[in-house]
Design a protein around this ligand. Structure first.
Ligand SMILES: C[S@@+](CC[C@H](N)C(=O)[O-])C[C@H]1O[C@@H](n2cnc3c(N)ncnc32)[C@H](O)[C@@H]1O
Length: 248
């Protein structure tokens, strides 16, 4: 049927004009697609999330995430991000997932004011077990969880242990960002409690110096479990500074 139509069109307008028309239609479709379904990187630039500027070898976080997020586009998904700041990333997710509900956790109380339709925010620390278990309703499960909070290893792991196991759906995606920080003595060398946005709300008595061994142990134990076909991790993909973990 398609072949007959093609042949008929070619007979009427000629081979050369047919090729030109076909390429014009193709270009038009691409333009419509990018107008109505812009890439995640394009959206991130509009909302000015710094995820668009973290890049290695020409690939930003958002270019990487889009490979995983594309399957959820157009669906009524739930995405939770730890670390709201000015809501630039939450707004990017909201724009990309037109039917999605976006949830944020941040320790800075002023973040609560950034709520808007389809964006809900709860205030608290990412190592507060009660918050992690109950935020947005204990029955709520998420398709995607992103940790862009304190980047303090112990907190990153506390969040993962509860959120991945109890709050992420099967086949869900969990992202741990900015792994470069996991090697750093964040407080001693960078004074992060005073310098990084929102960090001053953390308990000054706790330690904010990272020991990379904590993350290495966590990753190695889970890789071993994966190799022995136990546990609930399906894959761990490492990229520069970020890591994408999927659930069975
Ligand atoms: C890098 S910013 C988030 C940026 C945002 N995700 C974006 O891409 O636009 C980190 C945020 O983590 C928050 N934060 C720091 N310590 C935290 C903690 N213990 N629990 C939850 N959030 C924390 C800070 O208040 C800050 O807003």
């Amino acid at each position: 049927m398609k072949n007959r139509l093609t042949q008929k069109t070619k007979n009427i307008i000629g081979e050369k004009r047919y090729k030109k028309l076909r390429s014009q239609i193709h270009m038009g479709l691409l333009a419509i697609n990018s107008r109505f379904f812009p890439t995640l990187a394009k959206i991130g630039k509009i909302y000015q999330t710094d995820k668009v500027y973290h890049s290695f070898s020409g690939l930003s976080y958002l270019d990487i995430y889009e490979k995983y997020f594309d399957q959820f586009r157009g669906k009524k998904i739930s995405l939770l991000e730890i670390g709201v700041k000015d809501a630039a990333s939450l707004r990017s997710w909201k724009s990309y997932f037109k039917k999605g509900n976006i949830y944020g956790i941040d320790i800075d109380p002023s973040c609560k004011e950034l709520e808007e339709p389809r964006i809900q925010i709860e205030i608290g620390s990412q190592d507060d077990e009660e918050l992690l278990r109950n935020c947005f309703g204990s029955d709520k499960k998420f398709d995607i969880i992103i940790d862009d909070g304190s980047h303090v290893n112990k907190m990153t792991l506390a969040s993962f242990n509860i959120l991945f196991n109890q709050r992420l759906k099967n086949r869900g995606i969990y992202i741990i960002e900015d792994l470069g920080c996991s090697y750093e003595k964040l407080q001693t060398d960078y004074n992060v409690l005073a310098i990084w946005p929102g960090m001053k709300y953390n308990d000054p008595v706790k330690s904010y110096d990272n020991d990379r061994k904590d993350m290495d142990t966590f990753f190695l134990e889970n890789i071993e479990r994966l190799d022995h076909q136990i546990g609930n991790i399906l894959s761990i993909h490492f990229y520069s500074m970020t890591c994408v973990i999927t659930k069975i």
